[in-house]
Design a protein around this ligand. Structure first.
Ligand code: MSP
Length: 513
């Protein structure tokens, strides 16, 4: 039995036919935030990401480049792995579907489903979208045909022998499952979409192909390779020891959260639970589908040349600025637009003027008036107690919002508090207290400010780990752990110790002209 202490979170595994872009960074950063948050709550987190390296699309791209599929995968996988380092992604494992451990897992789940009697040999006749690696349903074909010719995805007519999974047998069980577990699919509107799709009737799913060879062979019939989604979804089992490492598997499975983009929700919320039901395995607790980014109002595409390169944004503006912007700009779950103007506005307004200014002026005053030591507070006034109350309220609220994957809301809540604390500085005018020799009152105000920064720093740490470490080192330079370790410490008031040395150091964020 999996202990409640263990938490398992995944990102999709990314196709290696393309280098990483903002969409990939988005899902991965979102997962990283949850992983960090859960760790700060004392959970043992297994955080998985990786690459999807099989399938027709990869085979075609490699051929176009004049390389073998594995050469393509070996070249591109590094781009993902390096990007995750740059973006401070704290994944516990990185899976590639071309690894041996993955072949074993795919073989095993295939056998389990076969033993259950859910696989049969038949013939597939219909259309296939190679770009999306998906078989096309009647309604999808109608929709594609309605599009202007230059907007239609490339689809292939195929007719080949194929193994099928008896998906149609799972319609009722899936509907029942969604009903009994309304939290399984989020946000709510996505749940409704999936339910009406399943309600509309499920056809058996083709799970093998014969017209190309870059994939995992079907056990017992190597003329066929397994459908890339059957292969890819299984990665979530592979990485936690399935099937051979039973102890590890039982400690980790099932996933607490699959984070995916809305385009691949159906694979995760319909096919995947059906495969797992058939194989007799427990189902994931939740699948959350986020929205899509456009860029300056346009769909991001190579042909338009507007693909946002995460390396470049992180390099130009800073990793945490990028992480902050992606999570703050649009409510997680909805679509939104990326623009440099909006990014720059948030940097100047919320980061440099909001958080940056609060930290630098507070520490500047402690440096100047108290020789860089946090002063001892004396009596607290109503207005100080008001800040304490707001801090505690903010911490509780942010915790709830992160748990509900409402990242943009959580950041808004934190920044409201930053605004309140900045206003407190303006109202208290510590510089006037200093001039008037009101040392006791000045001590109290600066202590309240330092304590507020301590709380804020915990709250931002899942989102902006590097900034959080910088702030930690400024307000607590003698503590060698160098980082926030407990989320719950944000829900306490009074932990910052008078007498602690601070180190003002450089500004956290630079304003951009
Ligand atoms: N290989 C499959 C996933 C298999 S998971 C078992 C795949 N890979 S992908 O590389 O094409 O895309 C991965 C993720 O990137 C998806 O969650 C997708 O939603 C996300 N994004 C791709 N473009 C995006 C935007 N423009 N905006 C936001 N996310 C987008 O699908």
């Amino acid at each position: 039995m999996k202990s409640t202490k263990n938490y398992y979170i995944t990102t999709p595994i990314y196709y290696v036919n393309d280098v990483p872009h903002i969409g990939h960074a988005y899902t991965t950063i979102a997962a990283d935030i949850m992983a960090r948050y859960q760790r700060l709550n004392g959970r043992e987190v297994f955080f998985l990401t990786g690459t999807d390296e099989h399938g027709q699309k990869i085979e075609n791209t490699a051929a176009e480049n004049g390389e073998t599929p594995i050469e393509l995968a070996d070249r591109v996988v590094v781009r993902f792995q390096e990007l995750w380092k740059v973006l401070n992604i704290s994944n516990s494992d990185f899976i590639r579907t071309t690894e041996q451990r993955h072949k074993s897992a795919v073989n095993e789940i295939y056998r389990k489903i076969l033993e259950k009697g859910d696989i049969y040999l038949g013939e597939y006749e219909g259309w296939y979208n190679v770009g999306e690696e998906s078989f096309i349903t009647g309604t999808q074909l109608e929709e594609i045909n309605k599009l202007p010719e230059d907007k239609r995805p490339k689809i292939d007519k195929i007719k080949e022998q194929s193994y099928f999974f008896r998906l149609s047998d799972y319609q009722d069980r899936l509907l029942q499952f969604y009903k009994e577990n309304p939290g399984f699919i989020s946000p709510k509107n996505r749940l409704n979409e999936v339910v009406s799709f399943v309600d509309g009737g499920l056809r058996d799913l083709s799970i093998s192909r014969t017209t190309f060879s870059w994939g995992i062979p079907v056990p017992d019939n190597p003329e066929h390779v397994l459908y890339v989604w059957f292969d890819a979804l299984t990665n979530y089992l592979t990485a936690c020891g399935y099937p051979d490492n039973k102890a590890e598997f039982e400690n980790t499975w099932p996933p607490d959260l699959h984070l995916v983009g809305k385009d691949i929700l159906r694979f995760h919320a319909v096919y995947w639970p059906a495969f797992l039901m058939s194989a007799g395995l427990p189902l994931p607790k939740k699948v959350f589908a986020h929205g899509w980014w456009t860029v300056d109002g346009e769909k991001m595409s190579k042909s338009l040349g507007n693909v946002v390169d995460p390396y470049q944004v992180a390099d130009e503006f800073g990793v945490d600025v990028f992480r902050y912007f992606l999570m703050r700009e649009i409510p997680f779950g909805q679509d939104g637009d990326y623009s440099n103007t909006s990014l720059v506005n948030r940097i100047n307004g919320e980061l440099a003027n909001g958080l940056g200014n609060l930290v630098s002026r507070t520490l500047g005053m402690i440096e100047k008036y108290f020789n860089s030591k946090i002063p001892t507070p004396s009596e607290f006034d109503e207005i100080d107690k008001e800040i304490e109350k707001k801090a505690l309220h903010t911490a509780e609220k942010v915790g709830r919002e992160i748990e509900n994957i409402e990242y943009s809301k959580a950041l808004t809540t934190i920044w409201e508090f930053i605004g309140d604390v900045n206003k407190y500085v303006d109202d208290m005018q510590p510089w006037t207290l200093a001039k008037d020799g009101e040392t006791e009152r000045l001590s109290t105000v600066l202590w309240v400010l330092a304590e507020s920064i301590r709380v804020i720093n915990i709250l931002i740490s899942p989102f902006m780990p590097k900034t959080s470490t910088l702030i930690f080192e400024k307000i607590n330079p003698e503590n060698k752990t160098g980082e926030v370790t407990k989320f719950n410490d944000s829900k306490k008031w009074g932990l910052i110790k008078p007498g602690t040395s601070i180190n003002k150091g450089d500004n956290l964020f630079n304003r951009i002209q």
